[in-house]
Design a protein around this ligand. Sequence first.
Ligand code: ZN
Length: 179
Amino acid sequence: MSTPRALVPRVDYRRLATQQGRIEGRLDLDHLDRVAAQTIDASAGASPVMVDLEFREDAQRRVHVEGDISTTLRLECQRCLNAFDHPMNVAVSGVVVGDDDAAANVPREYEPVLADGDMLDVHALVADELLLALPSVARCSRPECTAQYVDHDMPRGDEQYDERRNNPFAVLSQLKRDD
Ligand SMILES: [Zn+2]
């Protein structure tokens, strides 16, 4: 298998669309600082991001971008603090616009993708899509992780508080003991 080539950083999206354009390639995490910041392994050995995007112009001369972004990110589980691999496959579907005014005119059913005039920053698009698709709280799926959650997730103090709140007699017996 040959190594897929690196994804272009910027494209003239309208020109690409009128030429039935498609861009595909590999993007390493060191080009995606905002995504790398969310992972615990963004070294050269980390899985690259594979990108495949198609651009086409519709009858209203809107430029649509469609395709997919896939990778596996190494995240830290917020529950057990262990590292785990999080496979991602993000479907991209939007309309590219050159400025905020154009974005305001995009019909509601389409997601506007903001470009800088004629040029679309493809790397920024990939970063935005990945960040949007990341879970707000990273959690692994190890069976041990769930067990740990049930037994130890609550800090000790809260656990005692909950016991008292849920069982007024516990408070009473505590008071009696204090007497
Ligand atoms: Zn976990």
